[in-house]
Design a protein around this ligand. Sequence first.
Ligand SMILES: Nc1ncnc2c1ncn2[C@@H]1O[C@H](COP(=O)(O)OP(=O)(O)OP(=O)(O)O)[C@@H](O)[C@H]1O
Ligand SMILES: [Mg+2]
Length: 252
Amino acid sequence: MSVESAISCRQLSKQFGGVTVLDSLDLDIRKGETLVILGRSGTGKSVLLKHLNGLLRPDSGSVFFQGTDMSGASEQELLDARRAIGMLFQGGALFDSLTVGENVRFALDHHSIGTLAERNDRVAELLALVDLRDTQEKMPDELSGGMRKRAALARALALQPDCMLYDEPTTGLDPVTSAQINALIRDLQSRFGLTSVVVTHDIASATYVADRVAFLYDGAIQAVGTMDEMHRSTDSNIKQFLANDPLTVEQS
Ligand SMILES: Nc1ncnc2c1ncn2[C@@H]1O[C@H](COP(=O)(O)OP(=O)(O)OP(=O)(O)O)[C@@H](O)[C@H]1O
Ligand SMILES: [Mg+2]
């Protein structure tokens, strides 16, 4: 494993109900890069992402986070790793009964980080970071879809993660709002040196945010490279994926 890797998957395999989703998958995510995972609906992109922060455990194989094998990690090592990896879930997933401010401060309160005044300052800083000033008292259902994504992003950033995992960050958003989210992903990468993994169907978004893309097909990463390299690929599955409008691919 390269020392430059933030996260590495080795021979990662996962089945659900006898159906193989990940099949001896290998992948290296470099420190500080934005890696986009492309693949058709139902190929296991979300399942792969959830293995990267230990939300799902592999049937076999390993995920190394900053050199530590998460499958052999102690409970404390696993908790530390999870704190260092933020995740923006597909669908946003804010707590509907909490205000935006309460959502963003959730992890800070849970881990008792800083004084009350410091937590208040941190919440304001996080909301400013995602351009959502003055929304602390609002309820999630008072926000637009794009604002909810940004609030969820502020919440995911609360513990100053080294890595961010984004599951379909622009799906369902209009092109202007998508462009704002893409710009934010890039901005966070350059400001904080974040390692980012972005799962998306959205080729325009992938083209904007990706340093490299990884193409998931048949349970494994079939190719990794720049978007330009993917466009030059002679692999029939990659050509077909890039040629079709990915938004017309059936959603699960
Ligand atoms: N917790 C689970 N229990 C059982 N099956 C699951 C579970 N999570 C995912 N699967 C199955 O694993 C396969 C891959 O699902 P996954 O959600 O990773 O696809 P995806 O590539 O993210 O698709 P989409 O682009 O539609 O989000 C699907 O067949 C799904 O039904
Ligand atoms: Mg998914």
